[in-house]
Design a protein around this ligand. Structure first.
Ligand SMILES: [Zn+2]
Length: 452
C-alpha cells in the first residue's frame, strides 16, 4: 500500500482535508482517504506543502492538432476552420499527427490532466494516450456534408473504428464523432449515430459554437451555407438549432451525444439538453478566443445538465491547461452575469474533475477521491510565489495556481509526473519532433499566402 500525503487533500466529493492522505492499493485503486493521523500503514510519499486532488478531466481536445498552436491567430471562424482542415489534410503526415498527439498528452499531463475526451480524424491520439499511460475516450470523427458522401463516409468510419477498437483498452476507449451540422449531412448523421448505438460507443458532436452555424441551420444563410452551395450542395432552412435537430431526429433521446461548446444555446436548448440528459463540454477559453461568446454555463448547471470543461485544441486556445479553463469559466460567468456568486471556485474545481467524469460517463471510475475509484491523482505545490495564502484550496486552485504545472500526476496508480519532472522519458525528443512539424505547418501557411 502506498500512502500519498499532502498539506491539503481535496476529495471533491467531500470537504477539503487539512494534512490529509490518500492510500493507493497494488491494483491502482484508492483504498482510503482521510486525515494522515488516521491513515493506515504504508509506504509514505510526502508531497508536503501541496494540494492533492483527483486528476483533471479534459472533456474536449483535438490532440492531433497540437502542432497548430499560433498558426491562425485572429482569423474569423470560417477561415480558421477551412485553413485548419486543409493543413491537416495537405501538410501533416501520419507521423506529424502522431507527434502532435504525443505532444498534446505530455502538455496535458504536465498540467495535471489525466483523462482526455478527444475528437480526431486520424486516431493518432489513441496511441499517444496508450503510450503515455493516460486515460481517455478517442472519438473517431466523420465528415461528409454532401448526401453523395454518405456510403463512403460510413465505410471509412466503420473501418477506422474497427482499427481503433482493436487497440483500445479499459483505460483508453473509443467513441464516434459526427463533426458538426454544417460538415455532416443529416442522413450521415443518422447513420453514424445508429452505428455508434449499435456498437455501444459514446457519441460527441460540436454544436452551437458559432453564429455562422446557427445562421446555416436556422436560415440557410452565412459562410457555411455559401460554401456548400458553391460545391453544389443544397442548403435550406432546417431547424431552430443543432440541439433541436438532434431532438427531432431522435438522436438526443437515444445516443445522448456529448454536446461540445453550446455557446449559442438559448433557453430552449438548455431545456432540451436537460430533458434528454445530453452532457455538455464547455470550452470557455476557446469560445472567447475565437470570438464566439460565453456559453450559458450557470443556466446549464441550474437545469441539471452534466457539464465538463474542455480546452479544445491549441489552435484555438493556445493551452491544454484545465485549471486555466476552470479559472476562465469562473471569471466569464461572474463577468457576464455581474454576480460574484455566479460560479464558485469549488464548483469550478468540481467541473474540472467530477463534472467532466460525469459528462463522459466515467464517474464510477474517476473524478473524485473515493474508495474503490481508480487512483488518478494530481497535485500542485503551494510553496511557490502563487501558493502563499492558500487557506481555501479550491480558491487557490481556480484563481492562483491555474496555469502552473502540476508537481505530481498519476493514472490508475502509475506515477507519470514526479517532483514536477517530465511526464515521459522521451519528452525532449517528442518536443523536438513536434516543433519540427509545427515549423512545417507554418512554412506551408506562409507559402499559401497567409500573412499572420
Ligand atoms: Zn473541437
Amino acid at each position: 500500500m502506498r500512502l500519498i500525503a499532502a498539506r491539503w487533500v481535496v476529495p471533491v466529493s467531500a470537504p477539503p482535508i487539512a494534512d490529509g492522505a490518500v492510500a493507493v492499493d497494488g491494483g491502482g485503486r484508492i483504498a482510503w482517504v482521510g486525515p494522515r493521523a488516521d491513515a493506515p500503514a504504508g509506504d509514505v510519499e510526502e508531497l508536503g506543502d501541496a494540494i492533492l486532488l483527483p486528476g483533471l478531466v479534459n472533456a474536449h481536445t483535438h490532440l492531433e492538432l497540437t502542432t497548430m498552436r499560433g498558426l491562425l491567430e485572429d482569423a474569423d471562424f470560417f477561415a480558421w476552420i477551412r485553413t485548419l482542415t486543409r493543413a491537416r489534410a495537405e501538410v501533416l503526415t501520419d507521423d506529424d499527427l502522431r507527434d502532435a498527439a504525443r505532444l498534446g498528452v505530455l502538455e496535458g499531463l504536465a498540467a495535471g490532466v489525466t483523462t482526455y475526451a478527444d475528437t480526431s480524424a486520424s486516431g493518432a491520439p489513441l496511441d499517444a494516450l496508450l503510450e503515455c499511460g493516460a486515460r481517455g475516450i478517442v472519438y473517431q470523427e466523420v465528415f461528409g456534408p454532401d448526401a453523395a458522401q454518405r456510403d463512403d463516409a460510413m465505410r471509412g468510419l466503420r473501418e477506422r473504428v474497427a482499427a481503433l477498437r482493436a487497440r483500445a483498452t479499459p483505460l483508453v476507449r473509443v467513441g464516434v464523432s459526427p463533426h458538426a451540422v454544417y460538415s455532416v449531412h443529416e442522413e450521415l448523421l443518422l447513420d453514424a449515430c445508429a452505428f455508434a448505438l449499435g456498437a455501444g460507443l459514446p457519441v460527441a458532436m460540436h454544436v452551437s459554437e458559432s453564429a455562422a452555424e446557427i445562421a446555416f441551420l436556422r436560415e440557410g444563410t452565412g459562410p457555411f451555407a455559401d460554401f456548400l452551395r458553391g460545391r453544389g450542395i443544397a442548403v435550406g432552412r432546417r431547424a431552430h438549432s443543432p440541439v433541436h435537430l438532434l431532438a427531432e431526429l431522435g438522436i438526443a433521446a437515444t445516443a445522448r451525444p456529448l454536446l461540445i461548446h453550446g455557446v449559442r444555446f438559448d433557453d430552449s436548448d438548455v431545456q432540451l439538453a436537460a430533458h434528454y440528459d445530453c452532457p455538455v463540454a464547455h470550452c470557455p477559453a476557446s469560445n472567447a478566443k475565437l470570438g464566439h461568446g460565453v456559453a450559458p454555463l450557470r443556466a446549464l448547471l441550474d437545469a441539471g445538465v452534466r457539464v465538463g470543461l474542455g480546452t479544445d485544441s491549441v489552435a484555438s486556445n493556445n493551452r491544454l491547461d484545465l485549471l486555466d479553463e476552470a479559472r476562465t469559466a469562473v471569471l466569464q460567468q461572474r463577468g457576464a452575469l455581474a454576480r460574484a456568486d455566479a460560479l464558485s471556485a469549488a464548483e469550478a474545481v468540481a467541473l474540472a474533475t467530477i463534472g467532466g467524469a460525469r459528462a463522459l460517463g466515467l464517474d464510477a471510475e474517476v473524478g473524485t477521491l473515493e474508495v474503490g475509484k481508480a487512483a488518478d491523482l494530481a497535485a500542485w505545490r503551494l510553496d511557490g510565489p502563487r501558493g502563499v495564502g492558500a487557506d481555501d484550496p479550491a480558491a487557490a486552485l481556480a484563481f492562483a495556481l491555474a496555469g502552473r504545472p502540476a508537481a505530481h500526476v498519476e493514472v490508475a496508480g502509475r506515477v507519470l509526473v514526479r517532483d514536477g519532472g517530465p511526464p515521459h522519458p522521451d519528452a525532449a525528443a517528442i518536443l523536438a519532433r513536434g516543433d519540427a512539424a509545427a515549423r512545417g505547418v507554418s512554412d506551408w501557411r506562409r507559402a499559401a499566402g497567409g500573412g499572420r
